[in-house]
Ligand binder design. Sequence first.
Ligand code: SAM
Ligand code: SF4
Length: 474
Amino acid sequence: MACTRTLGRLSESAYDFIDEAYLHHLLEGQVDRRQVQEVLAKSLAKQPLDPEETAVLLKADDPELVEEILETARRLKREVYGNRIVLFAPLYVGNECVNDCQYCGFRRSNADQVRRTLTFEEIRRQVQALEDRGHKRLILVFGEHPRYSPSFIAECVRQVYATRSGRGEIRRVNINAAPLDHEGYRVVKAAGIGTYQVFQETYHRATYAEVHPPSTPKGDYFWRLDALARAMEAGCDDVGLGVLFGLYDWRFELLGLVCHARHLQKHYGCGPHTISFPRLQPAQGVTRQWPHRVSDGDFKRLVAILRLAVPYTGLILTARERPEIRREVMRFGVSQIDAGSRIELAGYTETADAQQMDREQFLLGDVRSLDEVIRELLREGDIPSFCTACYRLGRTGEHFMEFAIPGFIRDFCTPNALCTLMEYLQDYASPETRRLGQTVIQQELEKIPPSPRKQMLIDRLRRIAEDQERDVRF
Ligand code: SAM
Ligand code: SF4
């Protein structure tokens, strides 16, 4: 189907690749154990799933089959991706918004929201506060407003990169903002952004129209559906998809994500860098009932099935979720989480411990500090990582390499994770976290067979520990 009403020039590949009737049809009927196991075998053979195969997993409701799916995702995570978790923090730049998304605290009809856009000086102060806690990776978040033009977003990115506090620096800045046109993406790309995220929110048109009034820019479903294709044409090769789970049937949405990922792969030779799967959280003045809210049990299933369906894509789990859920869901192959997050405007310097609904988009489920989250990851045997090496060395498609190139994790990802962890332990960690971290580094080194590369890693870790070196990269 061709795209209809739009806000500007669409991508070369623009067409409506969400065939709703077909996706609904795929979700009908029953599946048996043999069908499920065939699909799981394909995932374990490191092959992406098509929508038909993904639907087989989505239709498996029998508790034993569900457990088999969860266990296969855990196994894939253990055997292929290893135990690294990349950490980042969100930085909300402004909550002015011309849209009226019915679930969001920033929607324009919410007169009780305190509106604010950080000045560049305020951005620098937030960045310093984040650097002082040890962060190296940020995502800048914006409402949709003429003030947040591509050149403004680009300048915010430059301000972040230019801000230093002691040894602290931000090495990768990602963006979550409204869809842009080709020229807009070129402008933000030139500022050195990492990933550009645009969440479709829901792939189901009727639901989309219900929660995004057609009179607002976000009301244009096709402009948004085509957003990341335009980004790729304009040179942003790292893009992030997402669905706001709870607006419509999670099974349908998951098929939508798979179709979207395949569309990008087919037309641009590269799928999305990441997929995010936020669940609806309470937001200021949002009283509406959401019949499609996703239970914890279904949330686990959806993350596991996503892991099995899109093996070349990083999965992002945010602090919207409570710590217990995060802990469990991480085992299914999540690659990035945010930590120590505050989403009130200027929340890293100005707000007390309690969350302030009149200054934030929604309520967070996990408000633990970065140090606490790192400590827990270490206790669970994970390697917290601040690695930004691939992006800065021009190695795009890092998830593809992790997954597809034998030895890539051993030779690049783990050494980089350990070096960035050592930096954190030296410069920012509490004594308890430092002690645990050093033990984990030793344990990880013992797993690596002797080689010149291992010796190089040991030397680099020593130089970091002796404060002779920072920002080393494999
Ligand atoms: N304004 C831009 C947009 O809408 O694309 C970008 C930033 S928006 C602040 C980031 C994301 O937050 C949205 O895409 C949406 O998925 C999510 N979000 C909004 N309201 C939410 C809520 N109540 N609970 C959880 N996530 C929410
Ligand atoms: Fe604005 Fe984004 Fe919130 Fe919609 S989700 S009201 S576009 S900030």
